[in-house]
Design a protein. Structure first.
Length: 617
């Protein structure tokens, strides 16, 4: 049995290396090859000098003279043994001064129990250093770029841990299938993943061999302990895993949680959650798109590249009080945190996350997802609350000499917010709270001169009598800085609504002679595939192209931009009785090809359908 299990570990390692981008061909036979199997490694005379006749499972060529040794064992309990043997092999290889086995990994497990991985670098002194990112141990195998990063910097600390988005979505889809196979309700899958992730905060493993009752209780206790440590115990019930009643279903449920646990370890999820990518947000997108709950209340998650774009053009600073009154799973707030982290000292970041991130989410289960997301950013005490945003206000407050804010029920005498980032729920019914009502609420919490970035259906900016009244009133009190037409498939597959992003400056009546930055984005750097959108390697997208222009326009208070049909600065047409504040009304189009005309007709048709559904609901 051990022999069979060990063979499956060979297959697992080989497949993982291939998926991570390694060329798994024998370097002695293929000049581009990078992977020696156990039967091949002694073919390299430089490696053979140190090893003699002993052979590890795999030796990976990282550089021409630098290698990575992997040793495998069939049981989880043998992980340290596999690791120590990999270390011994590396020390033996290093007796030849012409080569250097710098990276070592122990792999333990089998197809049934899944696999544990322990990786380190071995320095010339013989000292081992675990491979980490932001202080968290790597739990999966390394990609070529990660291994070379360690070698080139002679360290066990990774500079970056960017998870390939295609691989990430593939894992998310696999996890969704595992949940489906265990009959886990599709509306509960996002909170289940949150519980599993919180249980992984500890470096110790749960008892994988325990009964389903004991195992699930352990997962729940671990998750609750993390929430307690971050003063968010009230959210524990929202993510508590619930075993089914039948014995066979219990075993299937436990098996699903274990499988997901190891799939997450395989992509170094614990460390990756602290990277600059909103990993958890991307997982939520996959799980929520299959559920009905989010769709029924008009929630669509803002894609990560849009939240990042918003933070970049508004240039979020560590001194800004940032607010999202409809924060959902926390995408905008995570993006703000990550942007500040890249541009601030550790002390500035600490004050920012402690005092200046505010979010409100009315749906309790969705608010829980935001809490978990921010906990993995290193702080669960941020001011994300489960509440109706219209029932509360934000008032300026100084805490220990630091500018901050507090939620109040009465009128706010001193609005504190400098930057608003928001994507209010789409109003699917006429009697629902319209999107612009959320914008009004956010502006009430904002200081004069503060900036607001909001995504709304394009109809808010051109149609309806109520919307017309709102647009005119809006510009009596605020300045319209920019309107950006976003791709019609931006929220695919969750929604097909055509949207615009608007940027407003609070409290300064709009000067009708002043330029507005009108922009139409048709290529955001993503392409639509079956039930998902993925980065398009053939283009960087227009968001990146226009980001600096828009940021400079905001800073310089109106510099001139003229890119026909795509990005232009023009004042609002006072003679327009309908007050249509959309790029289509202001951009001077270049001559269109037939394909472009057809695409625009499809966009208009989709918007007409959406408006009809909205009116009939």
């Amino acid at each position: 049995m051990a022999r069979i299990s060990e063979f499956t570990s060979y297959t697992f390692i080989r497949n993982e290396l291939k998926n991570l981008g390694w060329n798994i061909k024998n370097p002695n036979r293929d000049p581009l090859g990078e992977v020696y199997t156990q039967q091949e490694c002694l073919d390299n005379p430089e490696i053979q000098i140190g090893l003699g006749r002993t052979k590890p499972e795999y030796v990976i060529k990282v550089r021409e003279d630098v290698f990575w040794v992997i040793e495998a064992k069939p049981k989880h309990s043998d992980l340290d043994t596999a690791f120590e043997e990999a270390k011994d092999y590396a020390i033996s290889i290093n007796t030849n001064p012409g080569v250097n086995a710098f990276i070592i990994s122990g792999v333990a497990g089998n197809e049934e129990d899944e696999y544990l991985i322990k990786t380190a670098v071995i320095h010339s002194t013989g000292r081992t250093e675990r491979v980490t990112y932001n202080g968290k141990n790597i739990t999966g195998l390394l990609s070529p770029s990660q291994a070379r990063d360690l070698v080139d910097n002679s360290t066990g600390k990774l500079n970056d841990l960017k998870v390939n988005e295609v691989q990430l979505l593939k894992i998310a889809e696999e996890i969704n299938e595992v949940f489906h196979g265990a009959s886990i309700n599709k509306d509960a899958r996002a909170t289940v993943i949150s519980a599993i992730l919180l249980s992984m905060v500890s470096d110790t493993l749960p008892n994988l061999n325990a009964s389903p009752e004991v195992f699930i209780r352990d997962i729940n206790n671990r998750a609750e302990d993390v929430l307690i440590a971050h003063s968010k115990r009230e959210f524990a019930q929202q993510i508590e895993l619930q075993l089914p009643h039948e014995e066979s279903a219990k075993a299937k449920y436990k098996s699903a949680i274990v499988k997901v646990f190891f799939k997450l370890r395989k992509i170094n999820i614990k460390a990756a959650m602290d990277s600059n990518d909103d990993i958890l947000g991307k997982f939520y997108e996959v799980f929520l798109k299959y559920g009905n709950g989010a769709k029924d209340i008009g929630i669509v998650l803002t894609p990560r590249h849009i939240t990042q774009f918003a933070c970049e053009v508004l240039d979020i600073q560590s001194t800004d009080v940032v607010y999202d009154p409809t924060c959902g799973t926390g995408g905008f707030l995570v993006a703000a945190y990550d942007y500040v982290r890249k541009n601030s000292t550790s002390q500035q970041l600490e004050m920012f996350k402690k005092h200046r991130i505010f979010g409100v989410e009315q749906q309790t289960n969705v608010a829980t997802l935001a809490i978990v997301n921010m906990i993995f950013r290193g702080d669960g005490k941020n001011h994300i609350i489960n509440e109706d945003c219209f029932a509360i206000k934000l008032n300026r407050k100084v805490r220990n000499g630091e500018l901050s804010a507090e939620y109040v029920r009465e009128a706010n005498e001193r609005p504190p917010v400098n930057k608003v980032l928001m994507n209010p729920p789409f109003a699917l019914k006429q009697d629902a709270e319209q999107e612009y009502v959320f914008v009004n609420h956010a502006l009430e919490q904002t200081v004069e001169g503060g900036l607001l970035f909001a995504i709304v259906p394009i109809s808010v900016m051109y149609s309806g009598s109520n919307e017309l009244i709102w647009r005119k009133k809006l510009l009596e009190d605020n300045t319209l800085v920019s309107v950006i037409n976003l791709p019609s498939d931006l929220f695919y597959p969750s929604a097909s609504t055509e949207t615009v992003a608007i940027i407003l400056k609070k409290g300064i009546p709009h000067d009708m002679d002043k330029n507005v930055f009108w922009m139409k984005i048709t290529d955001d750097g993503y392409k639509k595939l079956k039930r998902k959108r993925l980065p398009n390697s053939a283009t960087n997208g227009e968001l990146q192209e226009f980001k600096t222009l828009l940021n400079n326009f905001i800073i310089d208070d109106g510099n001139d931009v003229q890119i026909l049909g795509r990005a232009q600065t023009k004042p609002i047409n006072e003679k327009d009785t309908q007050f249509e504040l959309i790029p289509q009304a202001y951009l001077e189009n270049e001559p269109l090809e037939n394909a472009a005309i057809i695409k625009e007709m499809k966009n208009v048709y989709q918007e007409i359908i959406f408006q009809n559904i909205r009116e009939e609901s």
